[in-house]
Design a protein around this ligand. Structure first.
Ligand SMILES: [Fe+2]
Ligand SMILES: [Fe+2]
Length: 280
């Protein structure tokens, strides 16, 4: 028994700044033909959902139009960034309320044969913004696995190279929230931790878990404006979850996708080159 799940990420949709919509439409057409059982989007659904209700509504409508079972997660451009690193749009109650009203829950748990998939809000981990709902979900889901393998999905990579690293960058989860998550997981060791956010594909082992970064469906960011951590590309991941706990994935490139470079779209988030090398 195999469950096939497509992980798309970083779609950055907007009705007024629709630069990346044609890539989404190509991925959507590919997904409809590919026969996946579920689709997960690991966040940055919208271009500026943190401040634009219309951008979130566009993202919702685009996913509904897929006609597939979608499980969505928030990114920093949907609910604002984590307070540890937020530069201009901090996550707050108003932004979370807007996301939940338009998109739906920002956390979820999904059981498939042999596996439990846990979808988390990376932007609120370790913050007291949801009356402990996320903490309770993580604690309960990891304490009742009953032999299932655990896969965690969230927007940001948990770490670059090690869980004890002290990096304070908005590119990765920071030390405090990461330790908070580890404590809530207790003895449950995720077999897989899947994210988006960096707009690069990477496959690495950290802390005994396999960490998979999905490429964005929208754009990449060229050198030297963003460091290379993995492969700079656009596309999506196709996961196969086997009932006996095995897992494999393929990196899917879709014919016709344009490898947009954010540097060419200053109307999206400003002039990336003005931030300096390595800062996009
Ligand atoms: Fe993104
Ligand atoms: Fe992001």
């Amino acid at each position: 028994m195999i469950t096939r799940i497509a992980q798309i990420s970083d779609t950055h949709l907007s009705p007024t700044k629709s630069f990346f919509r044609s890539n989404f439409d190509l991925v959507a057409e590919h997904l409809r033909r590919a026969g996946h059982d579920h689709v997960i989007n690991t966040g940055d659904l919208a271009l500026d959902g943190a401040d634009s209700e219309a951008d979130l509504a566009e993202a919702r409508a685009a996913h509904e139009a897929l006609g597939l079972e979608c499980h969505l997660l928030p990114g920093n451009h949907d609910v604002g960034d984590h307070l540890d690193v937020a530069r201009r749009q901090p996550v707050n109650a108003e932004r979370l309320e807007r996301y939940r009203r338009i998109i739906g829950s920002d956390i979820w748990s999904l059981d498939i044969p042999g596996w439990r998939l846990l979808g988390l809000n990376a932007l609120t981990l370790g913050l007291d913004l949801d009356d402990g709902r996320q903490d309770d979900l993580i604690r309960n889901a990891s304490a009742s696995l009953a032999g299932r393998s655990l896969a965690v999905f969230l927007h940001k990579p948990l770490a670059d190279t090690a869980y004890d690293e002290a990096l304070s960058s908005n590119r990765f989860m920071t030390h405090g929230p990461r330790q908070h998550l580890m404590a809530l997981l207790g003895g449950a060791q995720p077999a897989l931790i899947c994210c988006g956010h960096v707009h690069q594909y990477r496959d690495s082992l950290i802390g005994g878990s396999r960490h998979l970064w999905a490429p964005a469906a929208s754009f990449m960011i060229s050198d030297p404006w963003q460091p290379g951590y993995g492969a700079k590309m656009v596309g999506y991941l196709a996961h196969e979850f086997h009932a006996d706990g095995r897992h494999r994935h393929d990196v899917i490139g879709v014919r016709g996708l344009v490898h947009h470079d954010l540097v060419s779209f200053p109307e999206a988030y400003g002039d990336v080159t003005a931030w300096g090398p390595g800062n996009a």
